[in-house]
Ligand binder design. Structure first.
Ligand code: SF4
Ligand code: SF4
Ligand code: SF4
Length: 472
């Protein structure tokens, strides 16, 4: 047995209060940014903070995409969905655990919920960063205005191709691309940050570079490329081969470097990109992610009926918010305990990249029924005898940075409004900047200077989560 290889694995599921939800569930997208997972050591319960919560508010949708992991469609009724008052109560429970989480309100199509703005406003006024994931076809100017008034700080829009023949067929909606592209233009005109999400298949793989360039031209904050997880309606679909994934990830890592400072380029649900970044792009901001994938560690999903799962693509249920408090599920679920403390199996368990990558847990579960199993979509075959790879950065997303300089109350108030998962990195960055210039304390003037002087890791455009913290 080589260094750190598994000696013992926790039992696989179902165990404790977990069960499968009848229909595979997910949201239309992952979080804008992957939050960070800690190194998994016992006695670190406080590090398991729900920094990002993805919330499928409905299964109703005006489209019926081939790959939809929540099997959304127009035939679903609202009757089983959490009511507005139930949602408000759950929001308060999340905010009790983390005063400044990132909430991703999605569906189905979340714009079909008439209380979307009410819920967004409830969360954002209490300190959460709220973003909305939508197919974009119903994003009118009036709706963008009302979302902005409700404190929504970003929107994720799905564009799978710039060819209507592909996008509309994939999304099962005639005219969908036309309507979504119009929404992208409206978002730009309103100045509401947006990210473009593309689901990768062989049918659009050749469009990757064109789509990235188009998204940047439209002013997107990020381009997120989603790799298939065969769950929900996508259960029978086959993704790219491991070798094809490898080629796309290498291209994506190159695109990330090429567009750095102008637009973030990210892979979603294929954490193997970290292997390419570690080996070939040592200056990448992706190394600020102290991953494995954060599902169940810093990230979870709520289904329309109030079930909590590790991530949108993982159908195993950690608990039921109609019967349990969010904090009880988050802290005590056997499923989350397994993900946090269990050791990975198969090739992921013996891989030297298991801490920076760790494979997609949802895909492992979908393929083998084992949430800790190997991610066979990865082409890499670890020998098992190479030293563990770790990122070198001291402060990573999700970590806490203790203040080392005095902060004025106003400056502290501003930093407190930065989403929790990036706050440690931002705090360290501001203090480093102040120290380099001989400042003895951090005040709002220093924060303003940071904003003017420093390129932000992700983008020089200063994304919403940094704007929210004032001048940081
Ligand atoms: S737009 Fe497509 S992927 Fe998104 S919820 Fe609707 S059917 Fe599912
Ligand atoms: S388990 Fe897979 S799909 Fe879920 S958040 Fe992690 S990488 Fe993404
Ligand atoms: S074998 Fe597993 S941990 Fe290693 S690079 Fe592949 S997916 Fe990541």
């Amino acid at each position: 047995m080589t260094d750190g290889l598994p000696e013992r694995r926790l039992p696989t599921l179902p165990v404790g209060n977990e069960s499968r939800i009848g229909e595979a569930g997910s949201v239309a997208f992952e979080p804008f940014f992957r939050s960070a997972a800690p190194r998994l050591e016992d006695g670190e319960a406080d590090t398991f903070v729900p920094h990002v919560v993805a919330w499928n508010l409905t299964k109703r949708c005006n489209l019926a995409c081939a790959h939809c992991y929540i099997s959304a469609g127009s035939w679903h009724a609202a009757k089983d969905e959490l009511s507005t008052s139930e949602c408000r109560r759950i929001l308060d429970e999340i905010l009790e655990l983390n005063a400044s989480p990132m909430l991703i309100l999605s569906g189905g199509e979340p714009l079909l919920r008439e209380d979307l703005e009410e819920l967004a406003s409830h969360a954002s006024s209490a300190g959460a960063t709220v973003v909305v994931g939508t197919n974009g076809t119903r994003l009118t100017s009036e709706r963008i205005d009302s979302l902005m008034e409700a404190g929504v700080q970003g929107v994720a829009v799905s564009v799978d191709s710039l060819r209507a023949s592909y996008h509309d067929r994939f999304r099962h909606g005639g005219g969908a691309l036309h309507d979504t592209l119009a929404a992208v233009d409206r978002l730009g005109a309103h100045g509401l940050d947006f990210v473009v999400q593309t689901s990768l298949t062989r049918g659009n793989r050749h469009e990757l570079r064109e789509l990235v360039g188009w998204a940047e031209g439209k002013g997107a904050l990020s381009f997120n490329l989603y790799f298939l997880v065969a769950t929900g309606r996508g259960e029978g679909m086959t993704g790219l081969s491991p070798e094809e994934n490898e080629e796309v990830l290498a291209e994506l890592a190159e695109l990330e470097a090429e567009y750095r400072g102008r637009m973030m380029v990210r892979s979603k649900c294929q954490p193997q990109i970290m292997r390419h970044v570690v080996d070939g792009h040592g200056d990448s901001p992706l190394l600020n992610y102290r991953t494995r994938c954060p599902c169940g560690i810093h990230y979870c999903r709520i289904t329309p009926e109030g079930k909590v799962t590790p991530c949108p693509y993982t159908p195993i249920v950690a608990g039921d918010l109609r019967e349990q408090a969010f904090s009880d599920i988050w802290r005590d679920s056997t499923l989350f305990h397994t993900i946090r403390h269990g050791e990975l199996g198969g090739k992921c368990g013996r891989c030297e990249y298991r801490e920076v990558c760790g494979g997609c847990r949802a895909r492992a579960h979908s393929e083998s029924g084992d949430i800790l199993g190997p991610d066979e979509s990865c082409a890499y075959e670890p020998s098992g005898d190479r030293p563990l790879v770790r990122t070198e950065r001291e402060i990573t997303y999700g970590s806490i940075h203790e203040e080392t300089l005095p902060w004025t109350d106003e400056a502290r108030d501003r930093i407190a409004r930065v989403p929790s998962f990036v706050r440690g990195v931002v705090t360290a960055r501001v203090e480093g900047f102040a120290r380099d210039r001989g400042y003895r304390q951090v005040d709002v003037e220093v924060m303003a200077e940071v904003r003017r002087s420093l390129p932000v890791d992700f983008s020089q455009k200063l994304p919403f989560f940094l704007r929210k913290g004032g001048d940081a």
